[in-house]
Design a binder for this molecule. Structure first.
Ligand code: C2E
Ligand code: CA
Ligand code: CA
Length: 653
């Protein structure tokens, strides 16, 4: 600004100075207003160059802003001649007078020439007169510079211009910095908003995944029904609600009949389809309110809120009805039955675990009695094969060699003589008395205990066979083997040892293997069966008709005998279908060169009927119940049928 000097002032000068001051004040006001009202950076730049344009009478005014890394600058605003060419251009910091100002952070005008190196001076002297530039220094940082090029009407920029522009730059820097700050703030806000959005999306995805995981944790992946955990939880909630509302609640446990056979013989794929289908049928038979779940394997459960015994039975009937029509899978149709156990709150318990246990016991009873359903009752507990405890006791019984056998005679229908016996495992539980093999054999099968068990039974049977021979009876013995025994590669050698030790020829031993066991792993069993048959041991297919054998396969198996399941034999005289099945099985077996044994002959009528079919042998209560070995010896001693004697000539067996 014009400095006061010692000499008296010229009035014209004074007026000019006054005008100039007014102009400056107006300008400052405008800048002030700019700094406080305009936050759009580009608009600030544009207004600043416009104001400067008038202020210093330059042909062109521009603003160069330093890059954040201070290595370059960009013309962010320009007005006047060639403005369009400059705008937006970016140059390195070491280029041009602009670069010099930004590097040195000092104004440039003609007077600056003194400060230049010779090199610079040579380079810029010509242009120097027509350029003025001052730095823009904000409160927080250095911003860049504002420049005027070519004084309008010719001539050079004056010291006054420099003074004015410097004052101006000092003020507008604040406006620019404010606007920069606001635009950064706006950017940050926008970035924050975007981040927030992404975060929300990620959160949504996480919630979904979490929900899926939670669903998986409590649902059965095959049927998508609640699993045991969720059923227990629903049961708990149901019990609490029932207690509050003073209402009853029922738990129905369901076990499919013969599912294992389907699974073992036709493969898991078919088994899985069947479970899915059964799940759907059950689901449709129930109300929204009821919770259906799969506990595992072929076990389902339903929590029925508000149901007492009668209502639970109605539900059980509906579930049974849902299975009435056969289920078609891959062209085969399956008739599948189910046994159901019902437990009730509050009668039978007020804890999920208790109700589950009671329903399990009731289900077991239903299965054993071949009933559709059974409601729990205290007295069933005595028969409760509490499986875990059972396992411990079984292990002990095996260690102490407490397993016994009962022998059931086989009557040959051609010679009308007793020619053999089947050894059936017998175990007397120290507290609950005799436990049927149907109950404890599956428990043994779940562990490795089935192997020592089979050996103990085999040894007892072979010993009994030897005793018979010592008494002059030519009796062969049959022993039941489970599928797991067939998987044991040591079994053939162990049997051979037992036969040698007790002096019994291999041909007097028959091994009974159920149809489903053979078909569960046909390749493998074929191998073991071939080895056993090669040792001269006879092989028999047990429970024939209940599984799903392939005939072509049957032909290849090295077996000697089929045992027709007692369910068909029993029905022979009352059910035409059963009679047909037995007759055609006998024909089929004979065509394949196999002998046939009919199981479960209880009456003379059935004996007559089965005799007519040409069946080779029978077994059943009519001839005798299974007997302890000593009783069996007595039976042989005074049997109504003659017993084949050792001296007698051998027939087919
Ligand atoms: P299974 O091999 O079919 O044995 C025949 C079953 O029918 C025996 O039941 C026998 O007592 C019964 N039974 C015999 N005659 C009649 C009759 O006229 N009417 C009726 N209703 N039933 C009759 P048990 O002894 O309870 O054996 C059941 C099943 O347990 C056996 O069926 C067999 O699969 C299995 N089992 C028995 N002992 C053993 C064994 O040592 N090892 C293996 N792996 N399984 C065995
Ligand atoms: Ca058998
Ligand atoms: Ca059988």
């Amino acid at each position: 600004m014009a400095a006061a000097s010692g000499q008296p002032a010229d009035p014209t000068d004074l007026r000019e100075q006054l005008q100039q001051r007014e102009l400056e004040i107006a300008l400052l006001k405008e800048i002030n207003e700019l700094a406080s009202s305009e936050y759009d950076l580009q608009r600030v730049f544009d207004r600043v160059v416009k104001l400067a344009h008038g202020l210093i009478d330059a042909e062109t005014v521009h603003i160069a802003i330093l890059s954040p890394d201070s290595r370059s600058y960009t013309y962010r605003a320009a007005i006047g001649a060639h403005a369009g060419e400059l705008l937006g251009e970016t140059l390195p910091i070491d280029v041009g007078i602009c670069g010099w100002v930004l590097r040195h952070r000092r104004p440039w005008w003609r007077g600056a020439l003194e400060e230049l190196s010779d090199n610079e001076r040579n380079l810029w002297e010509k242009k120097a007169g027509s350029l003025i530039m001052v730095p823009l220094t904000g409160k927080r940082q250095f911003l860049g510079g504002i420049a005027g090029i070519n004084k309008r009407g010719g001539g050079e920029f004056t010291a006054r211009d420099l003074e004015l522009l410097t004052l101006f730059a000092g003020q507008v820097s604040i406006a620019i910095e404010n606007a920069q700050f606001f635009s950064e703030l706006a950017e940050t806000t926008e970035r924050t908003r975007l981040l927030q959005q992404q975060l929300e999306k990620a959160n949504e995805r996480l919630t979904r995944t979490n929900e899926e995981l939670q669903h998986l944790a409590v649902h059965d992946p095959l049927t998508n029904l609640p699993n045991r955990t969720l059923i227990q939880d629903r049961l708990q909630q149901g019990i609490l609600a029932a207690r509050r509302g003073e209402e009853p609640l029922a738990l129905i446990m369901i076990d499919l009949d013969h599912f294992k056979e389907v699974n073992d013989t036709l493969g898991h794929h078919v088994g899985d389809q069947l479970l899915i289908c059964v799940g759907k049928r059950f689901h449709h038979a129930l109300r929204e309110l009821d919770t259906l779940g799969r506990l595992g394997g072929d076990e389902f459960a339903v929590v029925v809120p508000g149901a007492g015994a009668e209502a639970a039975i109605v539900v059980a009937d509906k579930l049974q009805a849902a299975l009435e029509s056969p289920i078609g899978i891959e062209g085969t149709s399956f008739s599948i039955g189910a046994s159901m156990g019902i437990a009730l709150y509050p009668e039978h318990g007020n804890e999920p675990a208790t109700l589950l246990k009671c329903a399990d016991v009731a289900m077991y009873v239903a299965k054993r009695n071949k009933e559709a359903y059974c409601v729990y009752d205290d007295s069933q507990d005595a028969n409760n094969p509490n499986r875990l405890a059972l396992l411990g006791e079984l292990r002990e019984a095996l260690q102490k060699k407490q397993m016994e056998i009962a022998l059931q005679p086989k009557l040959d229908l051609v010679s009308d003589r007793i020619v053999g016996a089947e050894a059936l495992a017998r175990w007397v539980h120290p507290q609950s008395g005799p436990v049927p093999p149907d109950e404890f054999v599956p428990v043994l099968e779940k562990t490795g205990l089935i192997r020592p068990f089979a050996l103990q039974i085999l040894e007892k049977a072979i010993v009994a066979c030897a005793h018979c021979h010592q008494a002059g009876h030519d009796i062969s013995v049959a022993v039941n083997l489970s599928m797991h025994n067939l998987r044991d590669p040591h079994l053939p050698d162990q049997i051979a040892d037992l036969l040698v030790v007790h002096g019994v020829p291999a041909s007097r031993l028959t091994l009974e293997i159920t149809e489903s066991a053979i078909m569960s792993d046909p390749e493998f069993t074929m191998d073991v069966l071939t080895r056993l048959s090669g040792m001269d041991i006879h092989l028999s297919i047990d429970d024939f008709g209940t599984g799903y054998s392939s005939l072509s396969y049957l032909k290849k198996l090295p077996v000697h005998q089929l045992k027709i399941d007692r369910s068909f034999v029993r029905g022979m005289t009352s059910d035409a279908d059963d009679a047909t099945i037995v007759r055609s099985t006998v024909d089929l077996a004979h065509n394949l060169g196999l002998k046939v044994v009919g199981e479960g002959v209880e009456t003379d009528e059935v004996l007559d009927a089965i005799r007519m079919t040409g069946c080779d042998q029978v077994q059943g209560y009519l001839v005798s119940r299974p007997l302890a070995p000593e009783r069996f010896m007595e039976f042989l001693g005074n049997s109504p049928w003659p017993v084949r004697r050792v001296s007698e000539e051998k027939e087919a067996y």
